[in-house]
Design a protein around this ligand. Structure first.
Ligand code: ARG
Length: 587
């Protein structure tokens, strides 16, 4: 994995860079080489916030200094001395815990948020190029729940990397080629009806596919027919197959557009498997030239035993047709040449681990440098509750497909009921129900580390008091309502006495952690780190508001708190935005 650990200095806040500068001076005074010490200065949140605002681990610096870590930590703490920004430094074993002056903390964090400066706002170019291959449903088949996870996780990763200043290529690698598609085409040629199709394209195609699978069990000739159609399609000629392919592709893409726009998802490139039709021959030649292609029963494969992968990677079948892998290989070459990516993230379910191990393995065996960029970003299943309270794979019962649009509709309907009951006079009821209903599902998906299975539990997802999308959205709406009721614009930063916000230190420290959270989410392809940050910030601001009045406070305090409220609303909105979730003004 290339470029993975590049430190993005743009993310360090002014507070931290002030501390770094002061530390480097102290370390030079202690006889360390400045240039050698600089990369070893790792500041992070302390294990326990009661001990300090940020901590420095002295392990590596101590090695450089030829001292024991606790000894060096003690020397640093003794030498640094307080200034207007640093309030205290205390050694604790091999760590030094620092505390910022409260007024400086409030001023720096809140003005940076108000000005939408990095890391709270988007950073300018960090030099990284990241391709994100996500969603990638198989057209002419239902957009299943696994594709929803890929769509939601991938969308969030695109937003996170963009925020950090990367050049992002969001790619929909549509499954619009190969045998599954050929089967659909065959089914349509036998039984298709355009009027029926237009009534409900996804459901219609799903039923057609089911009918095919059923029929193929009794009639093996059907699969042979599908194989022939696929050959005809791959011939590149302008024939009936090609026209059918175009027709079904257009219809499906149009049907997917519905859920995509509800989820706020866009792509920079919709280059499906078919896009690589004319690029596979060159890819195969490249594999041959690298001397790694072997013949096996008339098929062409690459063995990867020496990498501990038992199954060979099949690149061409004995009938001459290509496979899913062949197209992924061509796509890797194409992306390398076109985008020069540092990372290519494949947001695809854990069940395709072998596929991506093999892809990376072939590239490695060929000595291709793009192998280092390939990263499978797997995720767990979606589970639903059975009648008797057990959890099972969503829609695992035969024929019981669940369509994304229908799930979104169900969630929105439930939110609509809550609104009717709790806040019937709300303006824009329908728009709020849509925002909150869709977001509840997205938030639930991004809440835990992606590899865990997602439990689809309506009560938990829609609980306005739990760790849910509605809870964080509600916090935003509450802050927006305070700002509306203030009836005066948010005061300018130079009109604020930031020392009056010392009582908001927990909110401020949580805000300060935002940049590191986004950074970690990007490095580990883990939007849940951002989700947790929004939950923490919403929780802190709720408790602050429980104990402190804003509008009723005396003028200077009121102004300072309004500034805080505005910053919290902005940062929560940004955090939700990175998850692909909208923040309603009212709820
Ligand atoms: N269409 C595939 C599926 O639904 C996912 C494609 C993922 N992307 C890739 N480059 N293989 O299983």
């Amino acid at each position: 994995m290339r470029g993975r650990f590049a430190i993005l200095l743009a993310l360090v806040t002014d507070l931290q860079s002030h501390l770094r500068d002061r530390l480097l001076t102290v370390l030079t005074d202690l006889g360390l080489d400045r240039a050698a010490a600089e990369p070893l200065l790792q500041l992070g949140p302390p294990k326990n916030r009661d001990h300090g605002d940020v901590a420095l681990g002295a392990f590596q610096l101590a090695k450089l200094a030829g001292k024991a870590p606790p000894a060096l930590a003690g020397e640093i703490a003794g030498k640094i001395g307080a200034d207007g920004v640093i309030a205290s430094a205390e050694a604790a074993g091999p760590f030094v815990n620092f505390r910022f002056a409260r007024a400086a903390l409030a001023k720096q964090v809140l003005t940076a948020i108000a000005a939408n400066e990095a890391p709270y706002g988007p950073a300018s170019g960090n030099g990284q190029v990241v391709c994100i291959d996500f969603s990638s449903p198989n057209i002419a088949k239902p957009f299943h729940i696994g594709h929803m996870r890929s769509t939601v996780i991938g969308n969030s990763l695109c937003r996170i990397h963009r925020h950090l200043g990367a050049t992002v290529h969001g790619i929909n690698h549509l499954g619009d080629w190969g045998m599954p598609f050929a089967k659909m085409m065959t089914a349509y040629m036998h039984w298709g009806d355009e009027t029926e199709l237009h009534k409900s394209p996804m459901r219609y195609m799903f039923d057609l596919y089911k009918r095919y699978s059923q029929a193929a069990k009794d009639d093996p000739a059907l699969d042979a027919e599908a194989a022939k159609h696929f050959q005809a399609l791959e011939s590149g000629e302008d024939n009936a197959e090609r026209r059918m392919w175009q027709f079904l592709r257009d219809e499906s893409l149009q049907a997917f557009q519905g859920p995509y726009s509800r989820l706020g998802v866009t792509f920079d490139h919709i280059t499906g498997e078919s896009f690589f039709e004319d690029k596979m021959e060159a890819a195969m030649q490249r594999v041959t030239a690298a001397g790694v292609l072997e013949e096996s029963d008339g098929a062409e494969v690459v063995w990867l035993k020496e990498q501990g992968i038992k199954q060979p990677c099949l690149l061409r079948k004995s009938d001459g047709t290509t496979l899913y892998h062949t197209r992924d290989l061509a796509a890797a070459f194409y992306r390398e040449e076109t985008f020069h990516p540092d990372r290519i993230l494949y947001v695809v379910g854990a069940e395709q681990k072998l596929h991506f191990d093999q892809l990376e393995g072939v590239l490695k065996k060929m000595g291709e440098k793009v192998a280092d960029a390939v990263e499978h970003v797997p995720f767990g299943l979606v589970l639903s509750k059975t009648e008797d309270g057990k959890w099972e794979k969503f829609a695992s019962r035969a024929g019981n497909a669940v369509f994304l649009d229908e799930i979104l509709d169900e969630s929105v309907a439930k939110v609509r009921n809550v609104i009717a009951e709790k806040n019937p006079d709300l303006e824009d009821k329908e728009a709020v129900a849509e925002q909150v209903g869709v977001s509840a599902i997205v938030f639930n998906d991004l809440k835990n580390s992606r590899i865990k299975d997602v439990k689809f539990d309506w009560d938990a997802m829609l609980n306005f008091e739990g760790e849910t999308g509605p809870y964080v959205q509600y916090a935003c709406a509450r802050l927006a309502s305070i700002l509306r009721k203030a009836e005066t614009p948010v005061p300018a930063p130079d009109a604020i006495d930031f020392a009056l916000l010392a009582d908001a230190e927990r909110v401020l420290l949580t805000m300060m952690d935002f940049g590191a959270a986004v950074q970690r989410a990007a490095e580990q392809s883990e939007p849940s780190v951002v989700t947790s940050h929004t939950i923490a910030l919403a929780g802190e601001i709720h408790s602050y508001l429980r104990e402190h009045h804003v509008l009723g406070a005396e003028p200077a305090v009121r102004d300072a708190r309004l500034f805080l409220v505005d910053a919290a609303r902005r940062l929560l909105t940004t955090g939700l935005g990175l998850l692909g979730i909208a923040a309603p003004e009212r709820m």
